[in-house]
Structure formats: C-alpha cells, structure tokens
Design a protein around this ligand. Structure first.
Ligand SMILES: Cc1cc2nc3c(=O)[nH]c(=O)nc-3n(C[C@H](O)[C@H](O)[C@H](O)COP(=O)(O)OP(=O)(O)OC[C@H]3O[C@@H](n4cnc5c(N)ncnc54)[C@H](O)[C@@H]3O)c2cc1C
Length: 534
C-alpha cells in the first residue's frame, strides 16, 4: 500500500487551491492561510467532533445488526445519539467550525462519498473525511482490483469456487414458496444451495431475482408468486420508490502526456456549490457547472500508465435515472437483461424529461470538464483534449444495464435518516428463509469498508440461524481497541493514570497560593511607597 500525499488537491474557480492532508503541519498552513490561527483551532475542534462521529458509529452501528425498529432502543445508541448530530446537515455542522465559505466547502464535499448532498446528509458523515485526515488515503499497488484479487485468493484458500461472467436470472424457491433453494443461471442451469447470499443491488434483486418479479413467464409467475408470502412484491415495489444515491458520468482516459499539476486525488469544486447539488438531487440532472473528482492512479503507481503518460478517471456526479428499468414495460425485459428505459410519462409529469437526455449530458460534461481543468491548471489550448488517446464512459444507464444498479444509483439507496439503521433493508430476505443480502443497499450501507463490515454481519446472521458457532467470536475486536491491556502485568510506564479531582484540587491550591503571594507583594509595595513618601 502506498500513502497518497496529499489526500486531495481541491481546485477552486478563482484559481486558488487547497491541499487536504493527514499531515498536521500541512493542514495548519492551509487553514491558517484562510482563517488564521483561530481557524486552525476550530479545525481541531471539528476534527474532535468528527472523531466522535466515527468512533461511535464504528462501535454502535457498523458492527451491529438493526433487525427491527426495537433495535433503536439500544441504551448505548440512545446515549450517544445526540453526539452523532444525525438531525443536522453536514454543511450546517461544518458552518459552526469554519467561518469562510471556502473552508465550509473543503470540509463538506465528502458527503458525496455517500452519494448525498452536504445540505441533506446527516452531520454524522463528517466521519468519512475524518478517516482520511486521521489515517490517510492508501493506494493498493496494482489499483483497487488488487484488493479484489487478494479477496479471491483468501476465498480459494478456503475452498470457494468462483463462477465469473455467470449472470443469475432468478433465485429458486421451494414449492411452498417459503425457502430459497438455489439460483437459476441465465444459461438455464440450476445451482442448488442451502443458503443464497445475494450481492447484486438489493432493490434490483427484490424486483428481479425473486419469483414475483415481473419478467417471469406467466405460468411460472402464477405457480410461484401465489405461494409467496403476500407483501414481498409490494415491499419490492416500495424499495424502488425510496430515495436513491446519485449516479455519475465517468470518463476513463488514457493520456499520451502527463499533467503534473494533478495529484493522485483532485476535486474541482463548482463556484455555485449549492446549486450544483440541487441540480443532482432535486432535479436529477447534471449541473450547469458540475463539481467533479479526478483520480490519477499513474501519479502514485507507475504501472498504471506507460512512461510519460497518465491514466485518469473523472467522476461527475449526476442525478439518478427517474425510473428503474424494473418498473418499465415488462415486454421490454427478458430474463433480467437490458430493457428500454421507459419512464417518459413520469419524466414529463415532473418536467424533467429534457434534463435526462444522457447523450447530451455526456457531451456537456466532457466539454465542461476539459475547459474547467484547462482553465484552472492553465494548460495550453487543446493540450488535454488532444492528449486523450483512449476513452471509456459510464453513464446512469450503463451503471444500471451493466451492473444492475437500480436507477443507476452508484452508491445504492440513499443514507438519509429514514434509510439507515433499522429503516435500511435488512440482511435477511423479508419473506424467504435461507435468502440473505450483502452490499451497499442493505445495513450498514455503501462503500467498500462498510460493505465488508456488513458482509461479516451477514455471515454471523447465517451461522446464528443455522445454530453454528461464529469462528471469530471471542477474537479481539480491533474496533474496540482500548490501548495497552490494564492489569497486574501492565508495565508501570503503560499504566493508565487518570488525572482526576485531586490534580484539579492541587491546581486550585496553587492558584490560591499565587494569588495570596501577589496580594502580599502589593501590600508590601504599598508599605514601601508609604515609608519612602514619609
Ligand atoms: C465510480 C465509483 C467510485 C467509487 N469509489 C469508491 C471509493 O473510493 N471508496 C469506496 O469505499 N467505495 C467507492 N465506491 C462505492 C463502492 O464501489 C460500492 O459501495 C461497493 O462496491 C458496493 O458493493 P456491493 O457488493 O454492494 O456491489 P458491487 O461491488 O456493485 O457488486 C455487486 C456485483 O453483483 C453483480 N451482479 C449484479 N446482478 C447480477 C446478477 N443478476 N447475476 C450475477 N451477478 C450480478 C454485479 O455485476 C457486481 O459485480 C465507488 C462506486 C463507484 C460507482
């Protein structure tokens, strides 16, 4: 793993930039430039609040399964709820600590990691930027895929057999419709299983992979969905209506030249900051002036591009599709394959149709990005556009059609208050025994580390349901790391000694003593003056 330094470079429209770093000396310099010494002190206070958000979330949320609304009545969670600032936006929280609009933007854009606007995302999510500032950003050599390869190796060591490029068309259920019994592949092959864990996007899965799904042939549908517990398909439909995270237009560019001004991670922030989020989250479109993220893996990893060249990923957050293909005309869908996005009626109703012309949006985004990068980095005219020798693009439509992400929401369901904890779809299927979920749209939520923490929880739930021992129960939990173990064997130098009331008492005594001496000195001085006067 290689450490990215700085974490990011943020580029503003007025030609200024800001380096975000886990190096305190860099942060001190950067913050003091805009908000002075007090600004840095306020940054430390913000960091302390974000630290609490992170630690509480890790212990009280990330590793706990919120299987019902009753789980809200957890004593520890309730005790800490106030400290999580879940009912205030991340922007509003940051505004208490940062007094300039520039720094408010620097410390709030991170809500986009959750696919949410900083003006809506709960204050709790400052924990995301906190992890980067406290622990740094680390790059796995070989790119993110190196993590996937490492995970595959672990699985193979444990006897896992992977079937790649093998789409599943449905989850098979028992004749009484109560238990998952395996999966049916698109090839028609049936794989039997005691347990089915669905990693595909949960909203898509509920609507497409289980027997009440609309694409099943009529005979199959009538025989199975009649035996399915009622409510499972209405639940699937209700999931499609829930708020989704944003989508993106992403460009993957191979450049014939290097752009040395770009760091490994770069953010270009729109001047009309709030408006840029409103366009995405209120109008589900692409902002006129988008904020965007650029990753240059070749800046840190020479193997990511040939010598003298750069490889670049540009992510432009945009609104998700207005309608999932799940809810499109069933005639357009066959065996879970691509359907025609058929949301015209609703789009017109909302007056949003023209905003969702993705072909036009891609052209607009490409032009805007190239001109913004060129202006802010003072590149010669056509330098960037003429350097692009290969280009791949993802759009909301391709996120949905290639990866089955409902409405192309790249980070799954939204993470507003009514889509987290017990409100987020559970890791057990609502109605089927033996069917479980992992991934971004189930608890605890999106992002690779969070999804992995959720996968552990799902594994524990499965073992628990089967009455089996969880092999790692009893292992020391890193999340609860409390430093050196305290006990008889603890070295004197490591023994915890909390400075309690006694030292405050000593301090107060010392203060009183100094006051007393000061008063004596004054009296003495007065006497001296009086005697010299007489
Ligand atoms: C552009 C982008 C940038 C991101 N950057 C970061 C980042 O920097 N850090 C971070 O932590 N997170 C990041 N994320 C988020 C992260 O990638 C997701 O939260 C995470 O991958 C979700 O994991 P998952 O298991 O739910 O889904 P996925 O990783 O999407 O895995 C689901 C898999 O199921 C497959 N599948 C779907 N339907 C079927 C079917 N019918 N049959 C067989 N297979 C099927 C899909 O093809 C896919 O491979 C980013 C996401 C995007 C889109």
């Amino acid at each position: 793993m290689l450490k990215c330094e700085p974490n990011y470079n943020l580029w503003f429209g007025d030609g200024e930039s800001f380096k975000l770093s886990s190096d305190t000396a860099v942060m001190k310099r950067e913050i003091e430039k805009w908000e002075g010494k007090e600004g840095f002190q306020r940054y430390l206070a913000w960091l302390s609040e974000a630290h609490a958000h992170y630690e509480i979330s890790v212990t009280e949320i990330l590793h706990k399964n919120f299987s019902s609304l009753l789980s809200f009545f957890d004593r520890n969670l309730l005790r800490n709820l106030r400290k999580l600032h879940a009912f205030e936006s991340i922007y509003s929280r940051a505004s208490r600590y940062f007094y300039t609009e520039r720094l408010r933007r620097v410390f709030t854009f991170g809500s986009m990691y959750m696919g949410m606007s900083p003006f809506d995302a709960p204050g709790t999510y400052s924990l995301l930027q906190y992890t980067e500032l406290a622990e740094g950003i680390w790059y796995p050599v070989g790119g993110f895929h190196a993590i996937v390869v490492a995970l595959i190796k672990v699985g193979e060591r444990l006897g896992v057999k992977y079937c790649l490029n093998t789409p599943v068309s449905s989850v098979a259920v028992s004749s009484d419709g109560k238990t998952a019994t395996g999966v049916v592949l698109e090839s028609g092959e049936m794989l039997s299983a005691d347990i089915v864990v669905v990693n595909a996007d949960l909203v898509y899965a509920y609507n497409n992979l289980f027997p009440s799904s609309q694409w099943l042939s009529t005979d199959k549908k009538s025989s199975l969905s009649s035996s399915l517990p009622s409510g499972s398909s209405s639940y699937a439909k209700s999931l499609s209506k829930r708020a989704g995270s944003c989508s993106s237009i992403s460009f993957y560019w191979a450049l014939s030249k290097k752009i040395p001004q770009l760091e490994t991670h770069n953010i270009f922030l729109a001047d009309s900051y709030k408006e840029s989020f409103d366009a995405i989250f209120k109008r589900r479109s692409i902002p006129d002036e988008p904020s965007f993220y650029i990753n240059v893996p070749s800046r840190i990893d020479p193997s990511a591009a040939p010598e003298g060249c750069d490889s670049i990923v540009v992510l432009v957050p945009v609104g998700h599709l207005l309608k999932s293909r799940t809810n499109s005309d069933p005639k357009n869908l066959s065996n879970g394959n691509l359907g025609v996005i058929n949301g015209r009626g609703i789009e017109k109703e909302l007056g949003l149709e023209s905003d969702q012309d993705w072909d036009k949006a891609v052209i607009k985004a490409r032009q805007k990005i190239i001109s913004t990068i060129s202006t802010r980095l003072s590149l010669p005219p056509f330098f960037l556009s003429s350097s692009i020798i290969h280009e791949d693009i993802n759009t909301p439509q391709s996120w949905e059609s290639t990866f089955n992400l409902d409405k192309g929401s790249i980070l799954g369901l939204s993470h507003n208050f009514f889509n987290v904890l017990a409100f987020r779809p559970g890791i057990r299927h609502k109605a089927l025994k033996g069917a479980y979920f992992v991934g971004a749209s189930t608890h605890p939520g999106t992002g690779v580390p969070i999804v992995l923490a959720g996968a552990k929880m799902t594994a524990e739930a499965i073992l628990g349901d089967l009455g089996m021992q969880v092999p790692w129960s009893g292992w020391e939990d890193v999340a609860n790391d409390r430093g050196v173990r305290q006990g008889k064997g603890t070295k004197a130098i490591d023994r915890v000694q909390i400075t309690g009331w006694w030292s405050y008492f000593q301090g107060a005594l010392l203060g009183l003593l100094l006051l007393f001496i000061g008063m004596l000195c004054q009296i003495f001085d007065g006497l001296l003056v009086a005697s010299s006067g007489s």
